[in-house]
Design a binder for this molecule. Structure first.
Ligand code: ADP
Ligand code: MG
Length: 275
């Protein structure tokens, strides 16, 4: 048998279609005197993983909350496949296939598992002959179990409260909520920050598998090794501004760190000078 050196290197082979599926243009956002975002542009392509990096308070989460419909921008526009969209709530963003996995998973600990999986898209059942509807808990439980099984997660009864689950199981529920409903764009905001080594590597595997399902992702992390192992492109933020946007194969960790610390003036500065 001939031994073959088979290499899987998704970032290198990622095709770059001409039209982005998402464009955020000229986005600004102030919180009182704090300018969290200044005229930021972002493009995301089909089946692409875009890394978003920057120091604390660089505006990364604010930009993603605007995309997820949690916050409204002061200026700027969002285009999905070239159509202008305006998200008034997370429900609007989810209806366009945009899902967010938050750093702390943002589960309602007192709510049952299926309620968390179906948050903001609850299944209701009309009562015949009545003028009101009720939650279809059976269907929500059955479908939640199926979604979790597809992720090879065993949680037991979906009637348990989310707070009764271990950290890893809570992570699975948060991911099931994001991936179980025809997501097109998944935002992961520092998803490994509070995870152990095993759970973090599982999360990276899930993120890396998204492009094969035709899903695009925006991945926020401080961990450069994660950014360089799963992302096709990386965008750098500093104090509310975009200071860099590179194909991952065309940039080094040093260059990214330099931009994160020094901003645009960091271009061309020797790494040694900031150590
Ligand atoms: N809800 C808010 N109210 C007031 N200031 C906020 C709010 N959210 C974020 N900020 C401020 O906006 C800036 C950007 O924050 P954030 O987007 O969370 O940055 P990052 O995710 O890059 O750490 C910070 O100065 C932060 O304190
Ligand atoms: Mg943040």
């Amino acid at each position: 048998m001939i031994a073959m050196d088979i290499r899987i290197d998704i970032p290198d082979h990622q095709p770059q279609p001409l039209q982005p599926i998402l464009r955020m243009v000229n986005i600004s956002k102030n919180f009182g005197a704090v300018q969290a975002l200044k005229n930021v542009d972002l493009e995301l392509y089909h089946a692409e993983i875009l890394g978003l990096v920057g120091d604390n308070a660089a505006g990364k989460s604010t930009l993603m909350k605007i995309l997820a419909g949690v916050l409204r921008p002061d200026t700027g526009q969002i285009f999905i496949e070239d159509r202008p969209e305006s998200f008034k709530s997370p429900r609007d963003a989810r209806s366009m296939g945009i899902e967010m996995v938050y750093q702390d998973f943002a589960l309602c600990k007192n709510m049952w598992i299926a309620g968390n999986v179906f948050m903001a898209r609850e299944i209701v059942r009309e009562i015949i002959g009545r003028t009101f509807s009720v939650l279809d808990k059976k269907q929500m439980a059955d479908r939640s179990r199926k979604i979790l099984e597809e992720q090879k997660v065993s949680i037991g009864s979906c009637k348990k409260r989310a707070g009764e689950l271990s950290g890893g199981q809570q992570q699975s529920v948060a991911i099931a909520r994001a991936l179980g409903f025809n997501a097109r764009i998944v935002i992961m905001d520092e998803p490994t920050a509070s995870l152990g080594v095993k759970q973090a590597s599982r999360l990276l595997e899930i993120a890396q598998s998204l492009p094969q399902k035709g899903i695009s992702a925006i991945y926020i992390s401080h961990r450069m090794q994660d950014i360089f192992s799963i992302c096709h492109r990386v965008m750098v933020h500093k104090t509310g501004e975009k200071v860099g946007d590179f194909r991952i194969k065309e940039v080094s960790v040093d260059e990214i760190v330099r931009l994160m610390i020094l901003g645009k003036q960091g271009n061309g500065v020797e790494t040694n000078s900031i150590r």
